[in-house]
Design a protein around this ligand. Structure first.
Ligand code: PMP
Length: 391
């Protein structure tokens, strides 16, 4: 029997074979002409994926947390007010990072399974002058999506910088950085971007770059300082050699490969694929009488789904049986309710067949653990929903 397990956690994900092959090339010099071309092209392709022709892209060795750290270190000065809009675990992380740089943070935390209302954001913005607000586009701990567009409009109205943690959304969910007026949109390589972990990716608007240039105090973080990286990004885009810290050469070759695949599919089509698969997957999950953590479809992410275990099902036994059934899913992440739910990632190159495999394994696992269900029900629901979408 094929021993290969399907990796269906919300990052790292299953990667395209071409991307993995790109990782395996003999490593070249970071200033070799062919690598300069690859780096420069990757920066250009980021503008297409982020829909930000005017943005300044950064590709830095590190994880998504570094991208968050970079946004905070470069834009925030001690004493600045920052509003953190949170629908899970990663809002709290942004708060912690911002406070390291002396920000006075107000955290607007959504109730479990919900997102923060636009009204409560506006009410908070009226109370004092904020320097910036942050939002988590998709919170990976809850599977909740937040629409950045109306929040960006509020940010503009109240003259506040808007920073989007798009780690679990970019290249999977709809986003239009320039048109919506978002100042920083950041992500990491290992999710819908489709490249093994190790790259922090960030796009800064002209306004964000101005705010950084006009800082009164130096950036209190050496590695994250845009002053060190901006000349490097500019040089690669002009196809010139440059150096600050050695780029992750193979990861960047893989990034170019993946960004080309994304652009070839087309961003609109890719987003639609994520939407239709997620919708069908949620319908399938619900058909098994399982409960999704997001309390309504309108705030359910299209890159992952978080699902409560049914009564009496033990999480550890469930995960072990799923692995035995050749599918790797993730456990819960929100500290208080960690043991009560699981998460399935469905982003990047995810196909209907991947999700059919997940549902098949899920039905067998639940059935083996004594949960009463009609075998085949979720697969049938999934297929029917998908076919409805394609008609
Ligand atoms: N934000 C979100 C929404 C995430 O999902 C993650 C990773 N799961 C991070 C930030 C942090 O990224 P990393 O683990 O790459 O540091």
């Amino acid at each position: 029997m094929k021993a290969r397990k399907l990796l269906m956690i919300p990052g790292p994900i299953e990667f395209e074979p071409e991307v993995l092959q790109a990782m395996a090339i003999p490593t070249t010099s970071h200033v070799a002409p062919d690598f300069i071309e690859v780096f420069g092209h990757s920066l250009e392709l980021m503008r297409t994926v982020w829909k930000s022709p005017k943005g300044q892209p950064f590709i830095i060795a590190g994880t998504g947390t570094l991208a968050m750290d970079m946004a905070a270190a470069n834009l925030i000065e001690s004493g600045d007010n920052v509003l953190v809009i949170s629908s899970g675990y990663f809002g709290q992380r942004f708060k912690d990072i911002l406070e390291r740089y002396g920000a006075k943070v107000t955290l607007l935390q959504a109730a479990l399974g919900q997102s923060v209302s636009i009204d409560s954001i506006e009410n908070e913005l009226k109370t004092k002058q904020y320097k910036a607000l942050t939002l988590t586009h998709v919170d990976t701990s809850t599977g909740i999506i937040v629409d950045p567009k109306p929040i960006a409009q509020l940010a503009k109205k109240y003259k506040v910088l808007s920073i989007v943690d798009g780690v679990c959304s970019i290249a999977g969910e709809e986003l239009n950085q320039d048109e919506w007026g978002l100042d920083v949109v950041l992500t990491a390589s290992q999710k819908a971007i489709g490249v093994p972990p190790g790259l922090a990716l960030l796009m800064a608007s002209e306004k964000a770059m101005e705010v950084w240039k006009n800082r009164k105090t130096p950036v209190p973080n050496y590695y994250a300082d845009w002053g060190n990286w901006l000349p490097v990004m500019k040089a690669y885009e002009e196809r010139k050699p440059s150096y600050f810290g050695t780029p992750a050469v193979n990861l960047i070759v893989a990034l170019e490969t993946s960004l080309k695949i994304i652009c070839k599919e087309g961003i609109e089509k890719r987003v639609q694929r994520h939407q239709s698969l997620a919708k069908a997957f949620r319908a399938a999950i619900t058909s098994l009488k399982l409960t999704i953590l997001a309390t309504s479809n309108t705030i359910a992410a299209n890159t992952l789904t978080a699902v409560y275990y049914p009564e009496g099902i033990d999480g550890a036994a469930f995960s072990a049986k799923m692995v035995a059934n050749n599918v790797i899913i993730a456990g819960g992440l929100l500290p208080d309710i960690k043991t009560t739910y699981f998460r399935v990632g469905h982003m990047g190159s995810v196909s209907p067949n991947d999700l059919l495999a997940v549902l098949g394994a899920l039905e067998r696992t639940l059935s083996e653990l004594g949960y009463p269900l009609e075998i085949g029900k979720s697969l049938q629901t999934f297929q029917t929903e998908l076919l409805k979408g394609s008609n």
